[in-house]
Every structure is written in C-alpha cells, then in structure tokens.
Design a binder for this molecule. Structure first.
Ligand SMILES: *Cc1c(COP(=O)(O)O)cnc(C)c1O
Length: 403
C-alpha cells in the first residue's frame, strides 16, 4: 500500500489492513512465517544485514515477517512510529528497563501497578543498582515529589489492576519531560481501542498482548511502542542479545486479534458497565471499582482519556467485618460460580473472576499489598461477551448466599 493512501486511512481500517506486504502467493490472510532462519542472497548481503546496513531478516531472534506485521499494526493503532514485540508483557518491561536504565538510575512507578511489575522493578532490578520509588497512582504531586536528579523513567498503568485507578497521562508526561525523563504507560487495560497514550504525551506504550490484544486467552505476548529512535536505538540491541523475542505463531494470533479489538472492547465494556451498576445496587457489596461509574473518583478523567468508555475490568469488595471474613466471603462468591471462569487471566471473551490478594498480588508483602489497596474481600471481574443476565445470575449465586 502506498504511503500517501495509507496516511488517509482510519484506525479501524488499519486494524485489519496494516501489515507487511503480501508474499508473491497473494494470500488474503496474513502469512504465518514459521522459520527460525533466513537464506541470504549473498555473503555480502549477509554481512550488511547483520551490521544493520541493509534491510532483510537474518535470524529468528532478531525478527520475523509475521512478527513485523503485528508490530506495524499495533504501532499504527497506538499512533507510534515503531513497535517491538516480545514474548510476554513482563519481558516487554524487562526489555524496556534493560534498554533505558543503568545502575544508579531511578524509576518512579505507581504503587498500584501489576504485581509482577512491582516485583521486577522494586526488587529484581534493585539487585542491579536501579533505584525505584512507588507513589500513589492518582496523586500528581506525589509523582512530582518523588523525582530525583537521576530519575530516568516514570512508569504508570491506567486504569490499574485490579482497582481501576486512573491517572492523568498528559500531566505525568509533562512532569517526566520537565525532569528530563521518559514516561511509559502500560496500556493493557484500555488498549488503543479506547486510549492512545502517545497522543497524550507518553514516550512509550507497553502492552501485555496476552490480554485484550489476543482477546481470546490463547497465547502470551508483549510489546513496546515508541519512536523509531527508541525502538531501534535502545530496544533492538537488547532484544538481539537477550532474546525475549515473540514467537511467530503468537504474533500471528495477535495480528488477527487486533482486527476485532475495537468491537470486543466496546461490547465487553458495555457489559462491564451494566454489571458494575448491578453490583453497586447489591446489598452484599461494599464498593465497586469501575471507571465507567459516576461514583469512581476519576470518572471524569477516565471518560476524557478513554474515549468515553470505562473498560471491561471491574473489581468489587464484599461486605465483611474482618479480613478473615472478607476472604471467606470472596472465596464463597468465586466457588459458587458455574458459568464464569475462576481464572487470574483477563482480556478474554470469557468472563474471568479472581481473588487478587491471594493470586496476582499474593507474592507482595502485606505492606505492598495494602499500599496497592488490595484487600481480602476484593474480587476482580474481567467481563467477557456472555449475556449480561447470565453473568449477573452467576455472581448472584454466591452473593445471595453469603455465610
Ligand atoms: C498481565 C499484565 C502484565 C504482564 O503481562 P504478561 O503477558 O502476563 O507477562 C503487565 N501489566 C498488566 C496490567 C497486566 O495485566
């Protein structure tokens, strides 16, 4: 497709059309190139390609045409110049940190980020001399106060898992840039269907493709979207030596997932909003966390930042008088499910329910868990495409019969 025409196309069109050129066979669906190596046209070309002075694939760890199609398509949806796919969301974060940071550098993160992100940056990277501070997600003043002369990266996730806290991306981008740092946003929950952080000033968008990009719970994947300079200058050299490369088959699944991302996100978010309203009125529920609800503390910001849509993940707290009772009641609700899945994943067309305090946030210390606001009575629901009446009825099974 020529560049002039491509520039006129809408994102919906790019979601199904943007990819590397068709092979000479003219396949309509994107080709799946399962190959770990590539035959070189000449020794001279091979030398130039390995040196990065000629276009062309050399080895599976460095790149693959199917993976490149997924990278191009995701970059187009995020409005980024470039994208680098990785084997998982966590390996995308590792790649970003290895590419951008060195011993003595400092990172500021939200304290309510994904559990493994807190572990990776707060503990694992600390062993290599990377300092970190964790601040309340929604408090811009706290982000500002945490900045140090050696701060190189601000890392936010919005909405967060599992409490759906929303931060102001444009405000954090300004803070980062004034401090000479970069802002990365984990866009896993909103996806580019609802939220495009680069247009709001973020430098890097990180994805766990495992979630909504695939959308049907099949494979693991991750990605970093950024400028060409960051992707080829900072990330590619690390990918080549460290090898957190996305498998071509998984890239192909992602590529097909992106084609239906927009309609899935809108349909699942509509189900989530209806479920949130129903839960808010349920007598056994103490509180519902969902950006689509007017009761959400950052509702107005979320509507502005996320195309007027709250997203498909919500959490709710069962009423209880002690942490022990809260845990027992949350377990009761989960064990009563007969249609929905008890599963710690999210981003599937099947509704998935989980108890974050004992699973995704189970490896955190009690202090870290409390800072993240993940109590024992909290249940997370990643709402899928089942009929809303069936979703409500399945949760009512436990909520209406609490011990
Ligand atoms: C799942 C998840 C990750 C990690 O991604 P994996 O693909 O599981 O490695 C990071 N951030 C968020 C918000 C997630 O939900």
């Amino acid at each position: 497709m020529d560049e002039a025409l491509r520039k006129t196309l809408h994102r919906d069109t790019l979601a199904v059309r943007e990819a590397v050129e068709r092979s000479p066979y003219g396949e309509n669906s994107e080709a799946l190139y399962l190959t770990s190596g590539y035959v070189q046209p000449s020794a001279e070309s091979a030398a130039l390609r390995f040196a990065g002075d000629e276009e062309g694939f050399t080895y599976g760890r460095y790149g693959n045409p199917t993976t490149a199609s997924f990278e191009q398509r995701l970059a187009a949806l995020e409005g980024a110049e470039a994208c680098m796919a990785t084997a998982s969301g966590m390996s995308a974060i590792l790649l970003m940190c290895l590419g951008l940071l060195k011993a003595g550098d400092h990172v500021v993160c939200s304290q309510s980020m994904f559990g493994s992100t807190i572990k990776l940056i707060g503990s694992d990277l600390a062993k290599f001399g990377v300092e970190s501070s964790f601040v309340p997600q929604t408090d811009v003043a706290a982000w500002k106060a945490a900045l140090k002369p050696n701060t190189r990266l601000l890392f936010a996730e919005t909405p967060t898992n599992p409490l759906t806290e929303v931060c102001d991306i444009a405000a954090l981008a300004d803070l980062a840039h004034n401090a000479g740092a970069l802002l990365c946003v984990d866009n896993c929950f909103a996806t580019p269907a609802l939220q495009r952080p680069i247009a709001l000033g973020a430098d890097i968008v990180m994805h766990s493709g495992t979630k909504y990009l695939d959308g049907q719970g099949r494979v693991m994947a991750g990605a970093l979207c950024a400028s060409q300079e960051i992707v080829t200058g900072k990330f590619l050299p690390i990918l080549k030596s460290a090898g957190m490369t996305l498998a071509p088959f998984n890239a192909w699944v992602m590529l097909k997932g992106l084609e239906t991302l927009d309609i899935r996100m809108r349909a699942q978010s509509a189900n989530a909003l209806a479920l949130a309203q129903w839960l808010e009125a349920h007598p056994a529920v103490a509180r519902v966390f969902s950006p689509g609800l007017p009761s959400h503390p950052q509702h107005a910001l979320a509507m502005r930042q996320q195309s007027g849509v709250g997203g498909a993940v919500l959490s709710f707290e069962v009423k209880a008088s002690s942490p022990e009772q809260a845990r027992a009641r949350a377990f009761h609700v989960l064990d009563a499910l007969r249609v929905l899945s008890l599963s710690t994943n999210l981003g599937d067309t099947k509704t998935l329910c989980a108890h974050p305090a004992s699973t995704s946030h189970g490896r955190l210390t009690e202090a870290q868990r409390q800072a993240a606001g993940v109590g024992q009575g909290l249940v997370r629901v990643a709402v899928g495409l089942e009929h809303i009446t069936d979703i409500q009825a399945d949760l009512a099974r436990g909520l209406d019969t609490l011990p």
